[in-house]
Ligand binder design. Structure first.
Ligand SMILES: [Zn+2]
Length: 439
């Protein structure tokens, strides 16, 4: 059963509280400018990287949002090259160090430092965010990693309001996770998109019908995947956007309109042309650039996320005054094929609309992709023969530009064991096909 949408949206309340009562886009611009000025001053004072980068910039920079847009970007390569150059608190005030490797990228890992203040900020975002999903008193089952103190699952469990019960589930497989859901009957599930889909299309997925809300995070969630989870359980699916580097906060969907509302009190997003770096107007898709106003351990100004997104023009039907951002996966994630570039987000959108698909992998055999499709249980009726499923999947794939000129090679993994691992939790694109690893 779907939960009622809370009104006002909890991040409207948070933003008004944190910004001195601002509740309209015009007055938020004033807040953004003063918050950026403070973030720049703090980064310059405390972080060697920004002390050097901002050496020639005047005190009081930026004087306008336009001026801020002229500041050079900070890149993941900058961060990976020398993480200690970013460190902006004394080392004994570092409460947690996270080594982040973005999904689908092969670059060196990035080390990010969080102070106790940074972790408290993340917990408070999680606490208020969860009240957007389910009423107080609800139970929340969390599939995110949470064994270590300060890990994302741990911060979420500890950040929940005292009257919400959070349980970390470390079951490695779908069957065990569905048993846990049947036993605990949580109201809300927090999971990676691929985990949620595997559960929703599992032969025993009906065990999840107790869920009224599902929060998909840590990876791009296509519309087709979101609809599949909503259809399986009759719940509302929420999406969250945030980077490990900036403490996971950023934007959250409201359960009504498209996209995700930006947590304007703590984050400043810009959309830029990935080629020229120029700012793009609302509605146009480009690369998301993020500044976290209050980051203490590792401040990042104009950080290039590598994510594709756009601001959605106009107001949301939920009535929130917060801008909305639509995220469409990562620029680097996709297949370079002779017929052109195929973004992984487009593959997700096409393949997850197949009602019998539980997950997929792509392996590159030279320049040809081989698609391995997981079929958790054979659908009943006319489309029950593997050849029919392959034909149906081939039709979906050939509808994508870049895949329209070649007949895609497809392998089916029919009815994988019910205790097959729930991980790997993110979709895979493997660059080579090794005969001994082919199913
Ligand atoms: Zn909304």
């Amino acid at each position: 059963m779907k939960p009622p949408v809370p009104s006002p949206f909890p991040f409207d309340v948070r933003t008004a509280r944190k910004t001195g009562g601002r509740t309209d886009p015009g007055s938020l611009d004033e807040y953004r400018l003063s918050a950026l000025r403070a973030a720049v001053a703090r980064a310059r004072r405390n972080s060697p990287f920004f002390r050097s980068r901002l050496a020639s910039y005047p005190e009081g920079f930026p004087r306008s949002l336009g001026e801020y847009g002229a500041l050079p970007f900070t890149t993941p390569d900058d961060l990976a090259a020398d993480p200690y150059a970013f460190l902006a608190v004394p080392q004994d005030e570092v409460a947690r160090i996270v080594t982040a490797r973005s999904s689908g990228t092969t670059g060196p890992p990035k080390r990010v430092f969080f102070s106790e203040g940074d972790l408290a900020e993340t917990r408070s975002i999680f606490a208020e965010g969860m009240t957007a999903l389910v009423p107080r008193g609800s139970g929340v089952l969390i599939l995110l990693p949470g064994e270590r103190p300060g890990s994302v699952g741990d911060l979420l469990v500890r950040g929940l309001a005292p009257d919400m019960e959070g349980v970390l589930c470390s079951c490695p497989d779908a069957d065990g996770t569905l048993d846990t859901i049947a036993r605990l009957r949580p109201d809300c599930l927090v999971a990676l998109p691929s985990q949620a889909l595997r559960l929703a299309r599992h032969p025993r997925s009906s065990r999840g019908r107790c869920l009224s809300a599902v929060l998909l995070c840590s990876d791009y969630a296509s519309d087709s995947l979101t609809s599949a989870v909503e259809d399986a359980w009759g719940c509302t699916v929420f999406r969250q956007y945030g980077l490990t580097e900036t403490g996971y906060g950023g934007a959250l969907s409201c359960g009504e309109g498209r996209g995700m509302h930006v947590m304007e009190d703590g984050f400043f997003f810009e959309i830029v042309s990935p080629g020229t770096g120029e700012l793009l107007p609302d509605g146009e898709e480009g690369e998301i650039v993020c500044t976290a106003f209050r980051a203490e351990g590792t401040p990042l100004l104009r950080y290039r996320t590598g994510d594709r997104g756009r601001f959605i023009p106009g107001d949301c039907s939920c009535g929130s005054f917060l801008r909305r951002i639509d995220v469409r996966g990562r620029y680097g994630n996709g297949l370079a094929l002779p017929g052109g570039w195929v973004p992984l987000a487009d593959l997700d959108e096409a393949l997850f609309s197949l009602p019998w698909l539980g997950g997929y992998e792509v392996r590159m055999n030279g320049s040809s992709p081989v698609f391995f499709l997981e079929v958790p249980s054979l659908p009943e009726g006319i489309l029950s023969l593997p050849e029919d499923l392959e034909r149906e999947a081939g039709k979906k794939l050939r509808s994508l530009p870049g895949l329209d000129i070649l007949p895609p090679e497809i392998g089916l993994c029919l009815a994988p064991p019910r205790d097959a691992p729930l991980a790997p939790s993110k979709r895979l694109v493997l660059r080579e096909t090794h005969p001994d690893r082919t199913r």
